[in-house]
Design a protein around this ligand. Structure first.
Ligand code: HEM
Length: 192
């Protein structure tokens, strides 16, 4: 990192504080070969389902909706569930495997992780074509936002940067983002 911590925008703080977490998740996902065959892809969908089940309530939380307008339109839980249904799979999940996020500023870090994951998903989406899945069947949740991945991400980053959080709130959000990546890793290791 070349910039001083204090001069970083909030979104950059989140990014640089989770670089190692992101790299390890990226490596773990690739090592699990999610697109090698349908069996592996189903496991990957299960991981995504549990992650999106965990963050879904945050998109509907009134305080978070006030802070981040348009939030209610973004959750991808329904898309993941449709992908599972496309493959004839049940939506059953053990409640104890789903994360419960009840801290407002930590939740912002979880939302950062969830929304950012759609940037790298461009690559993952492409890989699903090998299994004949696409935005209409099996890989809906990895498809781009209607505004396009990059414009949507830039808009979300601008919203994060406009929040004007205190140092303490920022630290709590960073903790939430790190926790989100840790949770993803833990879930991935358990399912694969
Ligand atoms: C093999 C799996 C993955 C690959 C190849 C991948 C790749 C990428 C790439 C290329 C970017 C853009 C980086 C940039 O513009 O600087 C990105 C961003 C991001 N990804 Fe992933 N990703 C993967 C999985 C995930 C997962 C599972 C999550 C969350 C659970 C995630 C969360 C994020 C976040 C939060 C960002 C935004 C980083 C920022 O602040 O700019 N990624 N990813």
């Amino acid at each position: 990192m070349t910039e001083e911590k204090d001069t970083l925008t909030f979104a950059k703080r989140l990014k640089y504080s989770t670089l190692a977490s992101h790299d390890s998740v990226d490596t773990l996902v690739m090592q699990s070969e999610p697109f090698a065959n349908e069996e592996n892809y189903i496991k990957f969908l299960r991981v995504q389902h549990i992650f999106h089940l965990s963050v879904a309530p945050l998109y509907h939380q009134p305080d978070l909706q006030t802070l981040l307008s348009g939030l209610a339109e973004l959750p991808r839980l329904f898309a993941v569930e449709s992908d599972l249904a496309d493959l004839g799979l049940t939506l059953n999940v053990d409640k104890k495997d789903v994360a419960c996020i009840d801290h407002l500023y930590e939740a912002i870090g979880w939302l950062y992780c969830s929304e950012g994951s759609n940037i790298g998903a461009a690559f993952l989406y492409k890989e699903t074509q090998k299994l004949n899945f696409d935005a209409h069947r099996g890989a809906r949740h990895l498809s781009a936002h209607v505004d396009g991945r990059a414009p949507h991400w830039r808009k979300f980053v601008a919203q994060l940067d406009a929040l004007n959080l205190t140092d303490e709130q920022t630290d709590q959000a960073v903790k939430g983002a790190v926790d989100a990546f840790d949770f993803y890793k833990k879930t991935l290791k358990r399912i694969f």
